[in-house]
Structures are given as C-alpha cells and as structure tokens.
Ligand binder design. Structure first.
Ligand code: GCU
Length: 340
C-alpha cells in the first residue's frame, strides 16, 4: 500500500513517533505496542496517539510505550484488523464500516445522514450506556476491544468529471468506498457506481482512470493528493462515520490492574486531542486543496440524496439492538440539532 499511497513524502512510519515533541523515548519501554494508522503524521489522530504513548510511558514508569505506524505501513485497515485480532499488532485506528464484517450492528453509526450534528455524534460516543455493549461485542469472538470512537469528519463526493448537484450527476461515475456492503449500497442508491478498496490504492486508481472519484472528508482528499486527480469536490454531506481506536483484548487483560486503569484513564485525553485538532485540520486541508486547483461545490441538492438513501437506513434498522442504538442517536439529534 505504501507506494500506492501517493502522498508524496513524509513516509516515516515506524520511527516510533519520535517527533511527538516530548522527551520520552517510548521505544525504550519494557513493552512497546504497535499502533497502526492509515493516514499521515500530520493527522490529529496520529498526534493524539503519539501523545498517548508518551503519557502511558510516564504513567507506567516505562513499563509500556506505543509506537505509531502511519501511512498504512502495516497494511490496509481490513488487513491489519486481523493482526489486532491475533495480537501481532496491539492497536489500530479503523473506519466504522470495516467493523461491520465482525458485528453488523456497527452499521447503525455508518448509515447516511445518521447524525444531525457533530455534537450529537460526540454525545452518543461519550455515553457508555449506549455504546458499551456494542464496543465489547467482539471481545470473545475476535479478541478485539473498542477503546473509543472518534470524530472523523463529514464525507462528501469528489470526482474528475464534474460538480455534483443532483443524484443524476453521479450516473456512470465509479467511486471508491470503504470496504463494506453498506457503503456499496449507499453509493448505488445515491446514483453512482461503487468500488470498495483500501485507502492507499485510491490515488493510483484515480490517476489511471480506474476510478472516477471517491467519497471522503477534506483531509484525506488533500493529504493523499486526491485533489490533484479529482478536482470537483461536492458537499453531499452524506456521512459522518466514526473512526474507532481498537486494542487486542488479551493484551489489555494481561496488564496489571493498576497499569490498565492508568491506560484507560488516558483514553479520554486522546479523544479530546484528536477531535479538537480535526476542525483546524479540515480548514487547512480545504485551503491547500484550493491552492492545488480543487473546486469546492456547496450547491448540492442534499435533500434529494437523503431521500435516495432513506430505504438503506430503514432496512438496516432491523433488530432490537440496532433499534436501541438508532433511538439513542435520535435523542442526541434532538438535543443537538443541525446548526445548533
Ligand atoms: C477516513 C477515516 C479512515 C478511513 C478513511 C477511508 O479518513 O478517518 O479511518 O480509513 O476515511 O476512507 O478509508
């Protein structure tokens, strides 16, 4: 995946996040965990993970440290999650849709137009009564614990051909989606042709014309240079999908109670750091993409897209677990409506 990532430099994953700014050499810890990340070292999630590793080192007197591997160096999310399951990689960030292959109930948070605001989403993810069972649901079957859910931007479509205003404008355009059936269905309903693949392959596929476009937030669009090869970015605002911080369940269980408590106590700081850095990262990304010649189009018939995908939402809320999750989201949506 690395060569295909097309991010034009800055590929230094594996140096243990030594540029995090602290004086701590996390790689000298008694136990060094690897955390896999598929984006660049400028990303707030990367910075937050490096901070976590340093804070963990200090809190455990050097018993634990975390090295963060950026740029998909350890593989695509769909591949690395198997290593986390086996314990050969201890931690990773993963996009919500990839989780659906382990427990389909994760789909609720990956559905189009699910969250009305960033605050509503943050409220849901901070509410352990809502998320607790889901986040521990694959501990026994897969050996994976979900430590946190993070804001990962709002996703919009982009392509090399034209600005998108109506669903009809997507007709015939082949767009990359994340690796899950729900994402394929969604793009088909929105009017395009879906092609699921790992993030690192997208640039080359766009460049060679295998893909006409993709859908993602502004940060990926810029950081992976998709703006160079797909200049029309249109605000369909169809998704606000979380990223999750995953950990191998046994490795977490092997820690002393004291160390585990210290570690888990640091996770809210990671969420806070990653989420607060994201908004600024979006603004910087938009400015850089505009500089590169990208055109941002906010004249989109969002209601038309919402109507198109409504059946996907309906057919996906098809068991009591999902209904409860869905209802909880609606409560937070009421509390934190759009534009609030
Ligand atoms: C976002 C998200 C990633 C995900 C990526 C993708 O960047 O934060 O977790 O992998 O989109 O589209 O694959």
């Amino acid at each position: 995946g690395l060569a295909a990532c097309g991010s034009g430099g800055g590929i230094e994953g594996g140096d243990g996040g030594g540029d995090g700014g602290g004086d701590v050499d996390v790689s000298s810890a008694d136990t060094v965990w690897r955390l896999a990340f598929n984006q660049t070292e400028e990303h707030p999630q990367y910075i937050a993970a490096v901070e976590l590793g340093e804070a963990l080192y200090e809190a455990t007197d050097g018993r634990y440290g975390i090295e963060v591997y950026a740029n998909e160096l350890l593989g695509t999310q769909a591949d690395v999650v198997n290593n986390v399951s086996e314990g050969s990689v201890e931690m990773m960030y993963i996009g919500g849709p990839v989780m659906e292959s382990f427990n389909e109930d994760f789909i609720v948070f990956n559905l189009p137009y699910m969250f009305d605001s960033i605050e509503a989403q943050a409220g849901v993810f901070a509410d352990t009564e809502v998320t607790g069972d889901l986040f521990s649901s694959i501990e026994e079957s897969k050996g994976i614990t979900v430590l946190a859910a993070l804001f990962a931007g709002v996703r919009n479509v982009y392509n090399a051909e034209r600005p998108i205003v109506e669903p009809e404008d997507l007709s015939g355009l082949k767009l990359r989606v994340q690796q899950s059936d729900s994402q394929v269905r969604m793009i088909e309903m929105m009017g395009g042709v879906a092609s699921p693949m790992g993030q690192g392959e997208v640039y080359t596929a766009l460049q060679s014309g295998v893909l006409d476009g993709a859908e993602n937030n502004e940060t990926v669009y810029n950081a992976l240079n998709h703006d160079e090869v797909a200049e029309y970015y249109s605000y369909t605002r169809h998704l606000m999908i979380p990223d999750y911080l995953l950990m191998n369940t046994d490795i977490l269980g092997e820690m002393s109670d004291e160390d585990r408590e210290a570690f888990l106590g640091l996770i809210p700081d990671l969420v806070e750091s990653a989420n607060s850095g994201f908004m600024e990262f979006i603004d910087e990304s938009i400015a850089a993409s505009e500089e590169a010649g990208a055109q941002f189009n906010d004249d989109v018939n969002v209601e038309a897209f919402r109507e198109r995908v409504a059946p996907l939402v309906e057919e996906s809320i098809n068991n009591p677990v999902r209904q409860d999750l869905y209802d909880a989201v609606q409560e937070y949506n009421e509390q934190f409506p759009a534009g609030s």
